[in-house]
Design a protein around this ligand. Structure first.
Ligand code: ADP
Ligand code: MG
Length: 259
């Protein structure tokens, strides 16, 4: 059954776009799911940048919202990774889609895919709440610091009020520093299960600068392992840590990506 999954947070800058791009990469390439990722953070549209798209593709959400074309025409297949992406425009003005518009756009594509993953705007403003209305399931991202966790609690409250299925909380940039909140503290503050801990890993900013999701370009780094486990959880697919033979096979497979 096809699902619309929102990647959300209360506070900005906690890793939503990084996680959306990597879920897109892992689900498409490793778990062989037919999915599309969509930039719903219209005014900070960074999803394409994570795939090295430094210019708009031929069509974006702006064209769709202006009524120039159906949303199916704005689905762009990223040539190096095969990820299907709907971009918001990088530099050009774009109006905020309303709740009804997002609902209509998503319903036009939803049934053609196993999953549609929305990289949502942070916070509790109109941009985020309009997207929340269109989703079936939510992943709430936080970093292990108090401001981010407190804002995650607010996002979770809205999701609960709207009766959305909450897949769980993801702690990103996790490390064992004594001044950071622990997993148990975050779970009890959020009153929600923690479904993934993605470590602080410098391979992530490095992969962003190369425009290839970390799960593909550095598949064995610690962050990639957590991200692949998260993709496995979301898709309900089995995932086994790679052994040496898998790594050799991956080495040859990833040559096809032409990084
Ligand atoms: P958001 O979409 O929530 O605003 P981003 O995904 O853009 O957040 O992440 C903000 C920045 O944080 C990224 O540019 C990236 O360099 C960095 N980052 C995200 N996750 C990690 C991580 N696990 N380890 C190290 N750096 C990270
Ligand atoms: Mg973002």
């Amino acid at each position: 059954m096809s699902r619309v999954i929102g990647v959300l947070s209360g506070k900005g800058g906690v890793g939503k776009t990084t996680i959306t791009a990597n879920l897109g990469a892992a689900l498409t390439n490793i778990f062989k799911k037919n999915i599309v990722i969509c930039d719903m953070n219209i005014h900070a549209s960074h999803l394409g940048l994570h795939l090295g798209m430094y210019e708009d593709p031929p069509a974006t959400l702006r064209d769709v919202l202006k009524g120039k074309m159906p949303i199916t025409n704005a689905i762009y297949m990223h040539p190096q990774t095969g990820i299907k992406i709907i971009c918001a425009p990088l530099n050009r003005e774009c109006k905020n889609p309303t709740q009804t518009e997002i609902g209509q756009l998503v319903s036009q594509i939803k049934n053609n895919y196993d999953m549609v993953i929305l990289d949502c705007a942070p916070g509790l403003g109109e941009e985020a709440t309009a997207a929340i209305s269109a989703i079936d399931d939510a992943l709430v991202i936080t970093t292990p610091d108090l401001p981010s966790v407190i804002d995650a609690v607010k996002a979770l409250d809205i999701l609960r009020k709207k009766n959305k299925n909450i897949l769980g909380v993801v702690i990103n940039r996790f490390d064992n520093k004594s001044y950071m909140l622990t997993e148990n503290e975050i779970a009890s503050t959020c009153n929600c299960r923690i479904v993934s801990r993605i470590p602080e890993d410098k391979k992530i900013p490095e992969s962003i600068s190369k425009g290839i999701p970390v799960v593909l370009i550095y598949p064995d780094c610690t962050a990639s392992r957590s991200l692949k486990n998260l993709a496995s959880y979301i898709s309900g697919s089995y995932y086994r840590e790679e052994n040496i033979m898998d790594r050799i096979k991956n080495f040859f497979n990833f040559e096809k990506f032409n990084f």
